[in-house]
Design a protein around this ligand. Structure first.
Ligand code: URA
Length: 498
């Protein structure tokens, strides 16, 4: 029998929410509530985030129209986190979510912070679910069925790690219009008939059940656009995690295409089969001919290099987007990684002193990093900073580029070698060649100064003082350059391209 303290089997977020509301009302602490150990295989039909009821400042755990005890008010941000974390497959997910909720309603608002042990787990769950949604969007492959087979016209098989099928289905409803399709997973399936989404239990047990009529078509297409001159097997593997390869049609042929390329096909720039083809040249770039892979739309979904795997979260820039000065550091450190904000740790404290000496207001300036994920190595219980390599700097330049395009600074201040390499887009530049020597780049001034961590590390007091004053002078110079009458407007600069 279900009692307040024994909510019994909960299958989805809506059920959990109702049960949690009753438990809260009865004042049942998390350790007294028995949620069982259901691993949530039935959670598939929980409401996707996109259809979440919302209000302006906060969300009621209780739906407004349902009768029952008074609502517990939680901020919408927390409710959304709980909703997403509910898709994370873990035997204790319901009990854990209730503990978070309980703590929050008892005034322990730290429970939402990544620095709190429960908060850290919650953030990790949300991140893993988001990643799974992204992977499913990116790596699902629909195969077309022969017209005589009837609906659905396209079918896809995927093995998600978490219960993300409902929200992914909504994504494809929005993208594929009236064409009928089905997505099958080991736990459940969804069928879109062009008008309505039908949810069913499992209909297939593996990718082998798919009609492979579409496969030959896809492989022909993939072979023809495969360009061995551009191949980088390591990069491909980091872009497409190996667990997806077995279900990607091109996964089976890529190894042979790569080895053909390595055996000399690079010279002709195309595989043999394509090289033999006659006919007209297709006037499109190699990039445009690549299969349609999604670029991450949000920084948090970025996997352009491997660093995301080890970081708590991506750390974007902060400050005024109208600032004429953009300061670029290296990468978030341990504290920034946990807080999700740049320069909040020891380097940030030193930078605050530099701002104060240079009489600049940190809040009025846009502050970011060349690399957005914390790269580290374990040392005992500590995470020690590790300098990003050029490949990582280059991968992350994608995001710096977006920030530069949005802020359009007149002066960029590079703090340290990593920032300089990123802004210059060159792995070979030397910091000493640029210190104190502003240069023009893409319509802006580039001022190079030391990184605050360098100042912290210098053992000798006099040298430390000297390095600090180089930083202060650099920021003053950045400010002065804004007022330089001979400074061309970035829009008029011949190299302007941002
Ligand atoms: N060092 C950086 O370069 N950036 C930060 O955000 C923190 C430390």
């Amino acid at each position: 029998m279900n009692t307040a303290a024994t909510p019994g089997a909960v299958h989805d977020f809506a059920e959990w929410r109702e049960a949690a509301r009753a438990l809260l009302k009865a004042g049942v602490p998390p350790e007294a509530a028995n949620w069982g150990t259901l691993d949530g295989g039935d959670l598939f039909w929980g409401a996707p985030a996109a259809t979440a009821p919302a209000d302006n400042g906060g969300s009621r755990l209780q739906e407004a129209q349902s009768p029952g005890p008074p609502a517990a008010r939680v901020p919408r941000s927390l409710l959304e986190m709980l909703r997403r974390a509910a898709c994370f497959r873990a035997p204790d997910r319901w009990a854990f979510l209730y503990r978070v909720l309980w703590r929050w309603t008892r005034g322990e608002h730290d429970v939402q912070s990544p620095a709190d042990p429960d908060g850290s787990r919650l953030h990790g769950m949300v991140k893993a679910v988001r990643r799974e949604e992204h992977d499913m969007h990116a790596y699902i492959r629909f195969r077309e069925r022969p017209p005589e087979a009837g609906d659905p016209r396209f079918v896809a098989w995927f093995e998600p790690r978490h219960d993300v099928l409902p929200q992914v289905a909504e994504h494809f409803v929005a993208r594929m219009g009236k064409i009928s399709w089905m997505i099958a997973t080991p736990e459940a399936s969804v069928l879109w008939d062009g008008h309505t989404l039908h949810n069913t239990g499992p209909l297939m047990s593996s990718a082998a059940d798919l009609d492979d009529a579409g496969e030959a078509l896809w492989l022909t297409y993939y072979r023809s656009i495969f360009n061995p001159a551009r191949v980088n097997a390591q990069l491909m593997q980091s872009h497409i995690p190996s667990r997806f390869w077995k279900n990607l049609p091109e996964g089976a042929i890529v190894p042979s295409l790569v080895s053909q390329a390595e055996l000399g096909a690079r010279k002709i720039g195309q595989v043999e089969a394509v090289g033999r083809k006659g006919g007209a040249t297709i006037p499109i770039s190699a990039e445009a001919a690549q299969p349609d892979r999604e670029q991450p739309s949000k920084l948090d979904e970025c996997r352009r290099c491997e660093l995301w795997q080890y970081a708590t979260q991506a750390v974007g820039g902060e400050g005024s987007k109208r600032s004429p000065i953009m300061i670029v550091g290296e990468q978030p450190g341990d504290q920034e990684d946990l807080a999700g904000k740049p320069f909040v740790g020891p380097a940030g404290k030193l930078l605050d002193q530099v701002f104060a000496q240079a009489e600049l207001d940190r809040k009025a300036i846009y502050l970011t990093n060349a690399v957005k994920h914390f790269k580290w190595e374990p040392r005992g219980k500590r995470r020690l900073h590790k300098t990003p390599v050029q490949r990582e700097i280059e991968a992350c330049h994608y995001w710096l580029e977006k920030e530069l395009a949005a802020v359009r600074p007149k002066v960029i201040v590079a703090m340290g070698a990593t920032a300089l390499k990123s802004v210059m887009r060159k792995g070979t530049v030397a910091l000493k060649d640029f210190l104190g020597k502003p240069v023009r780049i893409d319509g802006a001034w580039l001022v190079t100064i030391y990184h605050p961590s360098y100042v912290l590390r210098v053992p000798d007091e006099a040298a430390k003082h000297e390095a600090f004053s180089v930083m202060v002078k650099g920021l003053r110079l950045a400010h002065e350059l804004l007022a330089r009458p001979d400074m061309p407007d970035p829009d008029e600069d011949a190299q302007g391209g941002r």
